[in-house]
Design a protein around this ligand. Structure first.
Ligand code: Q46
Ligand code: ZN
Ligand code: ZN
Length: 330
C-alpha cells in the first residue's frame, strides 16, 4: 500500500498514523519511535546510560523492538528469554530471539522452565485448573526478578506497548479495581527483593512496533501465543480498536491521561506495595506468606508428565490451534 507524503520530508510515505493525523516515510517513522521512547524514558525517569539493563524478550515484535531501540540509543541491555514449553510456539519464539541476539552480538540468557524447574506452562495450567496465563505470568515475573537481582541488573525492561497497557487499563477500569489501577504505571520502583521495572514502549502502538521491525529487518514471531486465544485481554484490545477507528487518538488519550492525571491520585493505594513481606522459606524471595507463590506452584506441578498444549485450550481455541498446526505441516 502507498500513502501520500511523509509529514516531515514530503518523500513517499510507508505508513499512515491517524492518531498523529499524518503519514511517515521509513526514516521518519523510526525517528518518531525513537523520540516516543526517549520521551517515555525521560518523563518517568526510567533509565540512565549507566544502568545495567535486562530486557525480558519473548521473540515477539515488541520485546525485540525495545531491545533494538535501547541498544541503538546507546543503553547497555542484555536479554533474558524464558522457555515456557508452549509447544512449537515456544520453540519458534526462541529461534527468533536467538537469531536477533546472535546477529547483533547481544548477550542473551535463557531459562528453560521444564529443564530447570521441572514443569512447563501447559502442565501447570492443567494441574492447577487455572487459566494458563496465571501460572505463566507468575513464573515469568519470579524468574525475571530473580535473574535481575542475581545478575546485578539495575532495571528490568518489558516490551508492553500502548495497546497492551490501554487494554489492561480498560479491564481494570471496567471493574474499578483500585488495587490494580494503583500499580498500573510505566515504572515500578525497586523495593527490597524486587528490581525496578519499566515499560519504555507505552507511547507506541502495536502497529508502530510491527513497522519498526519491518523497517529494521527484524524477524519476529508473528503468531499469538495459542494460550491467549479467547482471553479477555484480546477482547479489550478489539473494543479499544473499534473506538480508535471512530475517534483516532482515543486510545493514547485514555492511557496517557490516566498516567498523567490519575497516577498521582492513586499513588499509595496499592496494598502490595505497602504490606509487610517475609522471606520465602524455600527461595528467599519476598512473600506475604511463608512460601512464595512460585515455590508453591513448583512444588505442586514439578515432575509431572508434560501436557500437550491442545489439552488446556477451550473448545474454540483448540479448534483454531489444531487448524493452524495442520496448515503449518502442509
Ligand atoms: S505467553 Fe504466557 Fe502470554 Fe501465552 S500463556 Fe498467557 S501470559 S498469552 S504474554
Ligand atoms: Zn520522511
Ligand atoms: Zn520461593
Amino acid at each position: 500500500m502507498t500513502y501520500s507524503k511523509c509529514r516531515v520530508c514530503r518523500e513517499p510515505a510507508i505508513i499512515d498514523l491517524p492518531r498523529h493525523n499524518a503519514n511517515f516515510c521509513a526514516e521518519h517513522l523510526l525517528q518518531l519511535c525513537r523520540r516516543q521512547v526517549q520521551k517515555a524514558i525521560s518523563d518517568h525517569d526510567m533509565l540512565s546510560f549507566d544502568d545495567k539493563i535486562l530486557v525480558a524478550v519473548s521473540g515477539g515484535k515488541d520485546s525485540l523492538a525495545v531491545w533494538d531501540i535501547l541498544t541503538e540509543l546507546g543503553y547497555r541491555a542484555d536479554g533474558l528469554y524464558v522457555g515456557l514449553g508452549i509447544g512449537d510456539y515456544s520453540d519458534i519464539s526462541y529461534d527468533f530471539t536467538a537469531a536477533f541476539a546472535g546477529e547483533r552480538g547481544l548477550d542473551l540468557q535463557t531459562i528453560d522452565l521444564r529443564g530447570e524447574y521441572g514443569y512447563d506452562v501447559p502442565t501447570a495450567a492443567k494441574v492447577t485448573k487455572r487459566v494458563p496465563c496465571s501460572a505463566c505470568g507468575l513464573s515469568k515475573r519470579h524468574l525475571f526478578d530473580k535473574a535481575a537481582l542475581d545478575g546485578g541488573y539495575d532495571v528490568v525492561v518489558t516490551g508492553h506497548n500502548l495497546d497492551d497497557e490501554a487494554a489492561v487499563l480498560f479491564g481494570n477500569a471496567l471493574r474499578w479495581d483500585v488495587e490494580y489501577l494503583a500499580r498500573q504505571f510505566p515504572v515500578l520502583p525497586a523495593r527490597p527483593g524486587f528490581p525496578k521495572k519499566v515499560k519504555p514502549l507505552v507511547r507506541l502502538t502495536e502497529r508502530e512496533m510491527a513497522a519498526w521491525c519491518i523497517v529494521r529487518g527484524i524477524d519476529y514471531q508473528v503468531e499469538e501465543c495459542p494460550m491467549a486465544l479467547g482471553n479477555k485481554h484480546l477482547a479489550y484490545k478489539e473494543a479499544l480498536n473499534a473506538i480508535e477507528r471512530e475517534s483516532p487518538g482515543s486510545k493514547s488519550a485514555f492511557y496517557l491521561n490516566f498516567v498523567d492525571k490519575m497516577a498521582p491520585i492513586l499513588a499509595g493505594h496499592s496494598q502490595a506495595a505497602s504490606g509487610e513481606l517475609n522471606d520465602c522459606a524455600v527461595c528467599g524471595s519476598p512473600t506475604t506468606g511463608e512460601t512464595c507463590a512460585f515455590c508453591r506452584l513448583q512444588d505442586r506441578v514439578s515432575g509431572r508428565e508434560p501436557v500437550p498444549v491442545e489439552l488446556v485450550l477451550n473448545k474454540k481455541a483448540r479448534k483454531a490451534y489444531l487448524a493452524a498446526q495442520s496448515a503449518a505441516e502442509e
